[in-house]
Ligand binder design. Sequence first.
Ligand SMILES: Nc1ncnc2c1ncn2[C@@H]1O[C@H](COP(=O)(O)OP(=O)(O)O)[C@@H](O)[C@H]1O
Ligand SMILES: [Mg+2]
Length: 582
Amino acid sequence: MGLWLLGRGILIQGFTVQWVTGCLDVVRPAAPLQPMVALPRAPVQVQRPICQAGVQTTLFGHRKPGAWEGCYSLVKTLGKGCFGTVHLVKPRDGGEERVVKEVPFKPNMPRESVLREIENMKAMDHPHVLKVFEYYESIGKICMVLEACKGGELQDLIAAHARSGLALPERFISEVMGQSLEAISYCHSKNLIHKDLKAENIMLLHQVDIAAGDRPHCIIIDLGLAEMFLPSLPRGKIYGGTKTTMAPEVMFSNFGPKCDVYSLGCILFQLLSGQLPCDPNSADMQRRLQGCRSKAQERGIFLEAKLRGPDWRLVSKASADSQELVRRMMSPQETTRPSCEEALEHRWFQMARGSSAVIPAEQLQALARYRQHSAFQRALMAKVATKMSTAQTADLVAEFKDLSRPSCGSLRTADLQTSFESLGLTPRDAETAVKALDVDGNGCVEFSEFVAACIATSGEWQKKAVKVAWHEFDTVRKGWVENSDMVKMLHLSGLVSANTDADALVRAMDSKGLGRVAFQDFHAYLEHELQLVDKAESVLSEVGQVPASESNHLAARGPVGPPGAEKASTLTLSHRRGITRS
Ligand SMILES: Nc1ncnc2c1ncn2[C@@H]1O[C@H](COP(=O)(O)OP(=O)(O)O)[C@@H](O)[C@H]1O
Ligand SMILES: [Mg+2]
């Protein structure tokens, strides 16, 4: 096998994987990834209090003091890879399991590269891109706390099916490919090229029983080699990735985002045939690679194989549509290869997507209601949204996708504005509702912003979120917090703006006047706010219009009133029909 050993080390069913091989095929730049030109970090992070800035990516993946062992206990070590060790861990105070990826610094993996991987993850807010919750740093290593993908690697699933001799159902494959393309299309829209897409770097959030018709939820992982590009010059220049799935142009260190489409094409080929298109373990490649004396020579052999194309007979049993798509995605010429967005338009995906989604009017109304919430509650829910895992918010993913365009990965505010207006909101109210969702004003409502709004506007979700929110204050789990500490934390966490009367807010929570806020007080306060919004909404739907006094009451309610812009005006909620996405 020599240099090109790619098979799995030990393959254990399900979540426990040992990946000890494959490292030699991975090309990491010898020096830390240094952009040739000053590249922007995306998205631009504006340091504003959360209460004014919606869900900021700065809330994700922050550094925590100490070591992860202080907050989590080890469940088991999942595996050791080229660049570190991955453990399954459990929070010491209960809650969902997480994964800790420990990466020791090495000459080809210096501290800056590891931090860059975290920054890349933090900048991507998408239900199919791995979420980083926090990280710890100690001498010589960084440990990232990540969402646990309990369904294992796509690579293992393909290998298990290939062994059984059964082909994967095309419906399942198209869902996997559709979700991966959506995630990468989103990354490209944020000026990030993944550069190391392969079946080992696509994970499943949950175990799936394919025979029983379970639907997959894919998560793109390993943004360690990802490269940012300038929107004005969408080209990458740093050679890196895995030769087997690497696009030919990456070998020339001059490539665009479409190199990821090539790699996804290789994965599609593998899903359809059970075999890698340019398999270094195949007899043909082994023969060609034998006697290679230099890295350049090896690269040349891979390049030649890619230009020749794979053995298309291996996918001949697949549907005509899937064959056409895989051929286009694996086109060696960048110019003739589709972008992610174009690939997603392919008719093969209609099978998984079905007819165009009908968005229930109730769902839109709930989103429109978000503007009625106080700035404090919106800020709190923004924070809570970043603490919730994709697994916890899985129900919301489908709703989010119904509203967003597959290739966009976020809700366009222009689309939302139109949808709100179709509900009967005046253009001004529709605009206010959109602004409440997209406070940083980047023209998009990202997944976490959507989750924050859903948490705030649904009683059921509030119940789930209130504990998470409380733990932001009661960090030592006493069950209560002194009023003065609560005030300090409100300011420090950015949950209230500098000119907000935080004392009054805390006094309103401490309804019994004991000088401290207990969990029950906090819960009751948030519930009361929710009821106020509900009450206001039912008044609105009854009268179809808000009298001036009512709107003033809404704006002035509570110690921390919502910004003036939130004053409700005319609002008719008579349309109880579904809105079809155009
Ligand atoms: N969040 C996760 N949940 C479960 N397993 C994971 C997770 N992240 C990584 N792994 C496992 O660890 C392996 C290596 O992680 P990865 O981030 O790809 O690091 P490397 O840079 O070493 O390839 C993955 O292929 C997968 O098997
Ligand atoms: Mg990897």
